[in-house]
Design a protein. Structure first.
Length: 194
């Protein structure tokens, strides 16, 4: 409890369940989806712009991938789970099917690159109140970030739409892409040597 309270409560629900218990959970999830989509309409939201993950691409080192699990992919997992299918004319774009928590279509696209001069942690970031308040999962993933090692890696955004609004998501992604180009910050894919 304390700093890891949310993580501990999540672990408490990880256990085998009967078909009846699973069906109850599905009904609860579906009721939550209904409330989410009603709130979406009431607020007049067209699209959400959010981060697809807490980190840019990480190392293939098993030590890194052990800490950056599905649990750390909370931004993407809320709306969808990796069921990549589709692409557009946008560079390196992936449209997710959205068959998870909220059943929302979402598209992730790169918008910039990590810059070690601009994106490095301050030397004492681990003493900052924000870091001290993180749970162990968040700290583990946060500690994977290394602007020096990740210099030049793409950083993306995720455009999330309402249920059955895949076309709006694609249009929203085009708006983001055009806005970047209009401000002189269009995303140019880089070639990396093998």
């Amino acid at each position: 409890w304390g700093r890891n309270e949310a993580w501990a409560s999540l672990l408490e629900v990880f256990h085998p369940c009967s078909a009846r218990e699973e069906r109850k959970l599905i009904l609860e999830r579906d009721a939550y989806r209904v409330r989410w989509h009603e709130a979406w309409r009431e607020q007049g939201i067209d699209l959400l712009l959010t981060a697809p993950h807490a980190l840019p691409a990480i190392s293939r080192d098993p030590k890194a991938s052990d800490r950056a699990t599905l649990v750390s992919a909370c931004y993407a997992y809320l709306y969808n789970v990796v069921s990549c299918s589709g692409a557009s004319s946008l560079h390196l774009v992936c449209l997710w099917d959205g068959m998870a928590q909220l059943d929302c279509p979402a598209g992730a696209m790169p918008v910039t690159y990590v810059d070690k001069a601009l994106d490095s942690h301050p030397a004492d970031y681990r003493r900052a109140p924000a870091y001290q308040g993180m749970n162990d999962i968040a700290r583990g993933v946060h500690d994977l970030y290394d602007a020096e090692a990740m210099h030049g890696m793409p950083v993306g955004v995720q455009v999330v739409g309402a249920r059955y609004q895949e076309e709006h998501v694609m249009a929203g992604m085009k708006v983001v892409e055009h806005a970047l180009w209009e401000t002189g910050r269009g995303f140019e894919p880089r070639r990396f040597s093998p």
